[in-house]
Ligand binder design. Structure first.
Ligand SMILES: C=CC1=C(C)c2cc3[nH]c(cc4nc(cc5[nH]c(cc1n2)c(C)c5CCC(=O)O)C(CCC(=O)O)=C4C)c(C)c3C=C
Ligand SMILES: [Fe+2]
Ligand SMILES: [Fe+2]
Length: 342
């Protein structure tokens, strides 16, 4: 039988577009066992801990994974939602809302959430999209500021999946959106909404997740992007220098991480007579352990114990309409040129 190529029109009709909304991920349950499995995946990622494997593996398995899982599990238990881990619940909801928004604008795209560590994994979601016939995938990440430790690690996971495939879909990656005006506007509105109900604080503290300072010296643009996001927000909210602080949280290990550190800053503010502080975490689009526990519980305690009088935690963007609109605008811009309209 002679070879009969498919008609070009039929081939084009078979193109399917998808958006993969990626976030860090959480353990399946708030138990030491589930946290151990999650942390071994997370902390075994060479993008996250850049210590040579021969040195790091014995420390990770011999020390960290013996003690940290139970402690972290207790913290997760304190913030767990009826539907599951907050980060997963919000990320899933964001994917649904984004799909609805894009659908209403006439785009024929599938949106799926995926987790870099834990479930649903990036590989499992790409397998599902492949089974549904997706031939183009736009990869969006829940990290507005680029870091090798997060953004590049998601790209590594996509590449690892692709390495096992004969037909690799056409991928597009959005590496950051730290200066996206609609993202800044959604953050500003979330702060203004809070202030409308609760009045204004003496200080607004903007806390970003930290990374080792060494990563910055080696070329990671993360710190510059966090500072730029904060700067846009400060300008939009018309804050004077005395009205805000920018800090970095979640230091891990003994190396120097980005400074100033969040918790010591909260203590310093409480001790120096600042009565009320409001904390916003602009780098986290979804509430999670780092915001609900480390800031809203531990940070509050630190500030009040040091002498502060009133502590307000301003929630992450989560399912705010203005944030979903921002996300959809970013998606739409990067979908352009792909025929997604029915
Ligand atoms: C060990 C090094 C770590 C680096 C580097 C790091 C960078 C980094 N992380 C986020 C966002 C999140 N991290 C979260 C939890 C978390 N982070 C680390 C360590 C590093 N993060 C650990 C060990 C943990 C797990 C919890 C614990 O045991 O303390 C989370 C929350 C996850 C959840 O389930 O809620 C987020 C989100 C960013 C943005 C970042 C670099 C820019
Ligand atoms: Fe982290
Ligand atoms: Fe933490």
């Amino acid at each position: 039988m002679p070879f009969r190529p498919e008609a070009p029109a039929a081939a084009i009709d078979q193109e399917r577009t998808a958006v993969l909304w990626c976030n860090l991920g959480s353990p399946d349950e708030p138990t030491a066992q589930a946290v151990r499995s999650y942390l071994s995946d997370f902390l075994g990622d060479p993008r996250v801990v850049e210590i040579p494997k021969a040195l790091w593996t014995p420390i990770l398995y011999g020390i960290i994974l013996r003690t940290r899982p139970a402690k972290s599990a207790a913290k997760y238990a304190g913030i767990w939602m009826p539907e599951g881990a907050p980060l997963k619940v919000w990320t899933q909801k964001q994917a649904k809302l984004l799909a609805g928004w894009l659908g209403e604008r006439g785009h024929r795209v599938t949106v799926r959430e995926a987790m870099r560590y834990g479930r649903p994994s990036i590989a499992a979601q790409l397998d599902a999209l492949e089974a549904e016939g997706a031939t183009r995938v736009l990869v969006l990440q829940a990290y507005p500021q680029y870091s090798g430790t997060t953004t590049a690690s998601v790209i590594d996971a996509i590449n690892a999946w692709s390495a096992r495939k004969r037909r690799v879909p056409e991928f597009r990656f959005v590496n950051d959106y730290h200066g996206e005006p609609l993202y800044i506007e959604a953050l500003a509105k979330s702060v203004e909404d809070h202030w409308k109900h609760h009045g204004r604080p003496d200080r607004l503290l903007m806390s970003f997740h930290g990374i080792p300072e060494r990563n910055i010296r080696l070329g990671d643009p993360y710190q510059a992007q966090c500072l730029a996001t904060a700067r846009w927000l400060i300008e939009r909210l018309k804050l004077a220098d005395s009205q805000y602080r920018i800090t970095f949280q979640s230091r891990f290990g003994r190396a120097k991480w980005l400074e100033p550190y969040t918790e010591p800053t909260l203590r310093e503010l409480g001790a120096s007579g600042v009565a009320r502080v409001d904390v916003l975490c602009p780098g986290f689009p979804a509430d999670c352990l780092e915001t609900l526990e480390e800031i809203a519980i531990e940070g509050r305690d630190a500030f009040l114990q040091a002498g502060g009088k009133e502590f307000h935690y301003i929630p992450c963007l989560n399912d705010r309409g203005d944030w979903i609109t921002a996300l959809a605008a970013i998606a739409e811009r990067h979908l352009s040129g792909w025929p997604t309209r029915a």
